[in-house]
Design a binder for this molecule. Structure first.
Ligand SMILES: Cc1cc2nc3c(=O)[nH]c(=O)nc-3n(C[C@H](O)[C@H](O)[C@H](O)COP(=O)(O)OP(=O)(O)OC[C@H]3O[C@@H](n4cnc5c(N)ncnc54)[C@H](O)[C@@H]3O)c2cc1C
Length: 421
């Protein structure tokens, strides 16, 4: 797979995969065939993560080609992303706690020789567990891992190598092109037995052999099953203070259709790069993606974020013929300056979910208020329909999928050229 960070490439990938989202996906989705061979799954996650594609566009492309039952599994997986994002909105303490734990554990890695050695062995593919080391190399080389590989990886990290889950989640976050605060952190917690409390995921040698298409079938060397005999034979659930998962009532914007009027700007960010807004803007800005240029972020992740941002800005310029060139905003002062220089009366901003940029967005909204700029937070329909059902387990949301799809009116062809002119 090759992830060109543009909306055009995302649409091409969607068009190629949509015919395969039925039986082909259902039958083969669990098989991890290795680098360049992930043909059973869509590979759309880096695009969905940044909203170069909207979730509802993906679901629609599939619904228009398949009977609902045939594509149900794929649609459900797309809704898992909504579920995790909605769940984190209801439990923001999980994110804060994870960030604090990461800071504490980074210090431990610096101070504790044994921890540092075990952590380095894991992230530099030197554990001697050949499939695990191969996944590390694959992730470093491509920015992607198959879902099953992610599950085995996280399980081995926690239960065989005995490393803190938070360090694994952080390493994934900065190496996956699709690295996402909700899907990543909550999947790691799920493997560890913290999400569905007490229920863990144990990676087993026979399961790895069965679903890796014989690609580690050599007797020895880097591509073998060497080391699988060391896998933990049990996965006792981790525990934590129940206060961490205290439920919170999110403060989501009310649904309304803003009316045109005044000079309106659109400020995008790495959680939502969709050029999809109810009013045509006179200026478009983009907050520099959070992972760009971070010391911990892989070069692939940094480059993907930056190029996705600049390709979106180029597209905005071509489509909207803006007088002010669309701008990538790298600093707080540049953001404030952009709002002043473009003489905005109003600012449209896609909703910023809980995650690493949440506070940065609060700052932007405060600055806009200080400058007398009215803000309209754009809340995507699918989020507004799915997130309220993501308070507890996935199954509570799953039973609403037919209603959610109905309310999105996906049977009517979608307008993919985004901002209405
Ligand atoms: C430890 C761990 C960490 C993960 N970290 C991330 C992450 O940072 N970002 C991320 O997008 N996904 C994450 N996932 C979920 C899943 O592995 C990826 O979404 C999926 O592998 C992406 O590949 P794909 O696009 O080919 O998926 P497909 O199987 O083709 O699915 C289509 C889309 O549905 C969504 N999806 C599918 N499975 C899941 C799932 N289990 N949870 C949430 N969404 C899903 C994704 O948006 C995906 O692009 C993680 C899973 C695990 C076990």
């Amino acid at each position: 797979m090759n992830w060109t960070p543009t909306r055009a490439a995302a649409l091409t990938r969607l068009a190629e995969f949509a015919p395969l989202a039925g039986q082909h996906y259902r039958a083969g989705r669990n098989e991890d065939r290795g680098v360049g061979q992930h043909v059973q799954v869509s590979g759309l996650s880096p695009y969905l993560r940044h909203r170069l594609l909207l979730d509802q566009e993906v679901v629609q492309a599939v619904i228009l080609r398949h009977e609902p039952n045939t594509a149900a599994k794929f649609i459900e997986e797309v809704l898992w992303r909504s579920y995790f994002k909605g769940w984190l909105e209801h439990h923001p303490g999980v994110w804060t706690n994870y960030i604090n734990d990461c800071a504490r554990l980074r210090k431990s890695v610096a101070d504790d020789k044994l921890l540092r050695a075990a952590y380095s062995e894991a992230i530099y593919a030197r554990t001697g567990i050949a499939p695990f080391d191969a996944w590390v190399r694959e992730l470093r080389a491509t920015g992607y891992l198959h879902n099953h590989a992610r599950m085995w990886f996280a399980s081995i990290w926690i239960f065989t190598l005995g490393l803190p889950w938070q360090l694994g989640a952080q390493w994934f976050h900065y190496h996956l092109l699709d690295g996402d605060a909700a899907s990543n952190t909550l999947s790691w917690r799920w493997v560890a037995g913290l999400h569905t409390r007490g229920k863990t995921y144990l990676a087993r040698a026979d399961n790895i052999k069965r679903y890796t298409a014989q690609r580690f079938a050599g007797d020895r060397g880097p591509d073998s099953y060497a080391g699988l005999e060391r896998l933990a034979s049990s996965a006792p659930a981790l525990t934590e203070d129940p206060a961490v998962t205290e439920q919170h009532t999110p403060n989501w914007p009310e649904h309304h259709t803003p009316q045109p009027g005044g000079r309106v700007g659109l400020l995008l960010h790495d959680e939502d790069m969709a050029l999809h807004a109810p009013i045509q803007p006179v200026a478009v800005g983009m907050l520099a993606p959070q992972r760009v240029g971070r010391r911990r972020a892989s070069r692939l992740v940094s480059r993907f974020g930056l190029q996705a941002a600049s390709s979106t800005l180029t597209e905005a310029n071509q489509k909207l013929q803006l007088k002010n060139a669309p701008t990538l905003l790298r600093t707080r002062s540049a953001t404030r300056h952009w709002m002043q220089e473009t003489k905005l009366d109003r600012l449209m901003v896609p909703y910023m979910p809980i995650g690493p940029s949440f506070h940065r967005m609060q700052w932007v909204l405060n600055q806009a208020a200080e400058l007398g700029i009215e803000t309209e937070v754009l809340f995507r329909d699918i989020d507004g329909l799915a997130w309220p059902h993501a308070r507890r387990g996935f199954f509570a949301l799953r039973k609403h999928i037919p209603d959610i799809l109905e309310q999105l009116h996906l049977k009517t062809p979608v307008q993919t050229e985004l901002i209405p002119v």
